[in-house]
Design a protein around this ligand. Structure first.
Ligand SMILES: [Zn+2]
Length: 399
């Protein structure tokens, strides 16, 4: 189940008979193609079968007219080490989330580590260790981008340079440490940005005893790259303040499962009204007080599409291509050169929706029929989603 990163070469993978292709691209969320070809983990062709070189595959997958979508990206998780979370004492949560269609997770800080160091050298050491550990070990094949230090008072530009030089590319949620003032946060965000480290800020009331409030003025002044859980994690800012953030900031609007659902819808709709749907990205914020959410991203997609009234094909882009572009990841889009990370979906058995997209717009979670990461089949029919009506079949290949 778990494995070393990059340990397997997947060879030539041909996926044919795709019924619906969701691209991840918010400007063109679906297009007319029934075939995808990958080589050693990267997409090399997308199109009609007659136009693709499908000869001599190592692995041939018959999609059986189901939907192929880029693997889902969870923009906001709190991993610790391996496939264990001490927050709710659960094993196997990442593999379980892969069964919910997630192929990439992004750490917003390894904050649940028991005894987490808060001194500067200690927090740097933890970030570097977490980055290395998840780079070397991928539960369920999931790409966990970890090593996200929680910044503390007293850090200098040299600390950010040291982190960047060591391979750290993310900051944990600003506000979970002692840096809570806008001006101080802005200075450190600037240092991080200068050294190529992407930043996220906690938004809203305290998550758990010990964390604090980050209000709209601090979010605006800090100007982090990602407005982390704009709908609160869990306690939301007033809806008007959230809409003001969407309007006055140009940064990514991150909406999470472990937040206020009413505000989630308001934020997504505000982004659409402001004609910036490309800024919306989705996360779970799990594991958290609300637990592990293996279907959290699919649940967010169903929530925003059904109660938010947003076309399902657009909402899938919030969880795929938007996140990939804003976070500069080589996944999340079905296009040549991108990672062969896919989730196969179909309408759940006995949904009232006649098609996959209609079922999501009615609020049902789709069934996952297969997950592929780096061209390698990681699971067939999901053990967690409602059963998909139809599932893909591996016609040729050892899986
Ligand atoms: Zn938070």
């Amino acid at each position: 189940m778990a494995e070393l990163a990059g340990s397997a070469k997947s060879g030539k993978v041909v996926i044919r008979n795709i019924g619906l292709l969701l691209s991840g691209d918010i400007d063109r969320p679906q297009f007319d193609a029934d075939t995808v070809v990958a080589h050693d983990g990267l997409i090399v062709a997308v199109g009609r079968e007659a136009d693709c070189d499908i000869g001599a595959p190592d692995v041939l997958i018959d999609a059986r007219r189901t939907c192929l979508c880029p693997g889902l990206i969870d923009s906001h998780v709190h991993p610790v080490f391996g496939d264990w979370t001490p927050r709710q004492n659960q094993l196997g949560w990442i593999d379980s989330t892969m069964n919910g269609g997630v192929t990439t997770m992004i750490s917003a800080g390894e904050v649940h580590l028991p005894g987490r160091p808060k001194d500067i050298v200690g927090l740097k050491a933890l970030a570097i260790t977490a980055q290395r550990a998840f780079d070397n070990f991928r539960p369920g094949g999931v790409k966990v981008l970890a090593g996200a230090p929680v910044i503390e008072k007293g850090m200098t530009e040299q600390d950010f340079k040291d982190l960047a030089d060591a391979g750290v590319t993310l900051l944990g949620e600003i506000g979970l440490g002692s840096v809570k003032a806008g001006e101080e946060a802005a200075r450190m965000v600037g240092w991080a940005r200068k050294h190529g480290i992407q930043s996220t800020i906690h938004t809203g009331g305290p998550s758990i005893p010990g964390s604090g409030l980050i209000d709209k003025d601090v979010v605006l002044e800090a100007d982090a790259d990602i407005i982390g859980h704009i709908n609160g994690g869990h306690t939301s800012l007033p809806e008007a303040h959230v809409c003001e953030l969407c309007e006055r900031s140009t940064r990514a609007i991150e909406i999470v499962h472990n937040g206020n659902e009413r505000t989630a819808i308001a934020a997504a709709r505000a982004a659409l009204q402001l004609k910036c749907p490309h800024r919306v990205i989705l996360g779970t914020d799990g594991p958290a007080g609300s637990g592990v959410q293996p279907l959290g991203i699919l649940r967010m997609i169903a929530l925003l599409s059904s109660l938010g009234g947003i076309p399902a094909e657009l909402v899938f882009c919030f969880a795929t291509g938007n996140t990939a572009r804003l976070r500069r990841l080589n996944c999340g889009l079905i296009e040549v050169g991108r990672a062969a990370d896919f989730v196969f979906l179909d309408r759940a058995q006995h949904t009232a929706g006649r098609t996959l997209l209609e079922s999501v717009q009615l609020g049902d979670i789709p069934g996952v029929g297969m997950v592929v990461i780096d061209g390698i089949v990681r699971c067939g029919r999901s053990r967690n989603t409602p059963p998909a009506t139809e599932v893909p079949v591996v016609v040729k290949g050892v899986h």
